[in-house]
Design a protein around this ligand. Structure first.
Ligand SMILES: C[S@@+](CC[C@H](N)C(=O)[O-])C[C@H]1O[C@@H](n2cnc3c(N)ncnc32)[C@H](O)[C@@H]1O
Length: 292
């Protein structure tokens, strides 16, 4: 797609993601060593739930990974025997994914396509349909239209094919770290930078944000710091999938996510970040759904 054809929000977000790619590839956060050793792993949440999505394993399954970033998770599924197509609107991400696939000897089982999600049907006409559509951690918040997202997923799945979706919980996205001039709140008896409400759960207008920090590298200072993001209430996401032709198989809420969503969260030692003591609010959610 020509740059000028993209709406402003997509151009802003794409510049942000283009800049993040080399930062992420070099980061410890995206540790590629297991993948390079032929034993790529997903986070424990996905590892626990994916047997529901692919009970017979991944061998021979046709998988579409939407918003695949630089392909690390896509290639984990390819290493397990799936034939994968990754789609992302960042050309540096797609280039990096292709290089990684070649390095890992997975070219014959993987394809990476550069396209805006809303252009996916044109970028990848696929009459046969996929067995699985996979999309996780940091996805729909970048998208304005959740009903169209759901229709695209339904269009790509064969009847009986399944969606796996995991992301931050929308009720957790209402909160963020307090600014430096706000008083520290009490969390389980101790002073902490407890998250405070910052964003409306039902707000359909985009949030125009500016943050030079990067979740994968504490030292990074991004030049393309502006982003345009959206809130998607849980009920709207579930309803969009049902209206698009999917049956919801499970919805799970999690007290941990794979990044430090708030500064008060602590690493659990398994790649996930959770509350220091009592779980106060769901941080993540995941769902499985089947194309009718
Ligand atoms: C947080 S990453 C995806 C997470 C993935 N689990 C990971 O950590 O590798 C979000 C991805 O969405 C992509 N993205 C954002 N908006 C998009 C859009 N409108 N169309 C296609 N890709 C988009 C970005 O380029 C980025 O690679």
């Amino acid at each position: 797609m020509a740059h000028a054809e993209l709406p402003e929000w997509a151009r802003v977000n794409r510049a942000h993601w283009d800049e993040k790619v080399p930062v992420h590839v070099a980061s410890e956060f995206y540790d590629l060593a297991p993948l390079r050793a032929g034993e790529g792993r997903l986070y424990p949440i996905e590892e626990a739930e994916l047997p529901i999505i692919a009970p017979e394993g991944w061998n021979g399954l046709r998988v579409l990974h939407l918003q695949c970033h630089f392909g690390a998770d896509t290639l984990v599924l390819a290493q397990r025997g799936a034939t994968v197509v990754g789609l992302d609107f960042s050309m540096p991400a797609v280039r990096q994914a292709r290089e990684l696939a070649t390095e890992l000897g997975l070219d014959d089982r993987s394809r990476f396509i550069c396209a805006d999600l809303y252009d996916a049907r044109h970028a990848l006409p696929d009459p046969e349909g996929f067995d699985v559509v996979y999309t996780t951690w940091g996805t729909i918040g970048w998208l304005p239209d959740i009903a169209e997202w759901a229709r695209i997923i339904a269009w790509f799945l064969r009847p009986g094919g399944r969606l796996y979706f995991a992301d931050g919980h929308p009720s957790a996205f209402v909160f963020d770290d307090p600014s430096d001039d706000q008083p520290a709140a009490l969390l389980d008896g101790g002073p902490a930078r407890f998250p405070t409400p910052q964003f409306g759960y039902f707000t359909s207008e985009p949030f125009d944000l500016d943050d030079p920090a990067d979740y994968a590298d504490a030292d990074a200072v991004l030049t393309h710091s502006r982003t345009v993001e959206w809130m998607h209430p849980l009920g709207q996401t579930l309803t969009a999938l049902v209206e698009a032709g999917l049956t919801i198989d499970f919805v799970h809420e999690h007290d941990a996510v794979p990044w430090q969503m708030y500064s008060v969260l602590e690493p659990r030692g398994d790649g996930l970040w959770g509350w220091p003591a009592t779980a106060w609010l769901p941080l993540g959610m995941s769902l499985g759904a089947t194309r009718r």
